[in-house]
Design a protein around this ligand. Structure first.
Ligand SMILES: Nc1c(O)cccc1[N+](=O)[O-]
Length: 238
């Protein structure tokens, strides 16, 4: 997969693209991420990327010209990207969307900023995406959240497919089970006996029960939804 990011703050992505699972996926060539400074696509000497909103009002709006120039330049060759725009009013990002986006061969993420982008930029956009109902200083962190959730799903990026399978939200959207590692007792808190038993069937059913219990406690609507769709087994319903 290739992702092109358009932003006025490219430096924000430096650590994200160098460190951890994402950094390894890029350095190994499993995925390609290119961050582009929208200012590099301006033509005036002051490299202006924003302007005051027509009709008045607070703040600044990202101008259309530099973004369109970037889009035209970056899509001259190769597959047309599926274009996302990160902004507060977008469709709520979730695991289902991450799975869908991970199947696209190429993405472009335009990072919203200031009071937003000129409305005409949206003629380039396939999906406006929000990571939550709160006000941020810009769309760069949401772009990183989306890339993290999407790129980890690319085959080969996560070493152990098992950890992908046991993810929260991956088994029918159920929350993940509790995890423990050595030591078996720490400050009086013991690891559940079943996990030390080596009895794989018992461990699996304990984990399933914990996952259902946690989901029922924290996200009852997920259980209701699965019940309605008939996606819970008789044992799970008991
Ligand atoms: N919430 C927010 C914002 O305030 C600015 C840009 C993008 C987002 N978002 O994607 O959620």
């Amino acid at each position: 997969m290739r992702i092109d990011v358009l932003t006025v703050l490219p430096g924000l992505f430096d650590c994200f693209l160098k460190e951890g699972v994402i950094g390894k996926a890029i350095s190994s060539g499993k995925v390609e991420v290119k961050v582009h400074n929208i200012r590099d696509f301006t033509t005036d000497k002051h490299r202006v990327v924003d302007d005051v909103p027509y009709g008045g009002g607070p703040g600044m709006v990202l101008k259309p010209e530099p973004i369109f120039r970037a889009y035209d330049e970056l899509t001259k060759e190769g597959e047309k990207p599926y274009v996302l725009l990160t902004e507060p009013w977008g469709e709520k990002f979730n695991q289902e969307m991450a799975v869908e986006l991970s199947k696209k061969p190429r993405l472009m993420i335009i990072c919203g900023r200031y009071e937003g982008v000129d409305e005409r930029v949206k003629s380039l956009v396939d999906r406006e995406v929000s990571i939550g109902d709160y006000v941020l200083t810009g769309g760069e962190l949401p772009a990183m959240v989306i890339m993290d959730a999407v790129l980890r799903l690319i085959p080969g990026v996560l070493g152990n497919l098992e950890s992908l399978r046991a993810d929260s939200f991956s088994d029918r959207g159920l929350l993940g089970y509790p995890n423990y590692t050595r030591p078996a007792e720490f400050r009086g808190m013991k690891v559940p006996e079943v996990l030390l038993s080596g009895h794989h069937k018992k461990i699996e059913s304990w984990r399933k029960e914990q996952s259902l219990r946690k989901t029922l406690e924290r996200r009852p609507e997920i259980i209701e939804n699965l019940k309605r769709k008939g996606l819970l087994t008789k044992e799970e319903l008991e």
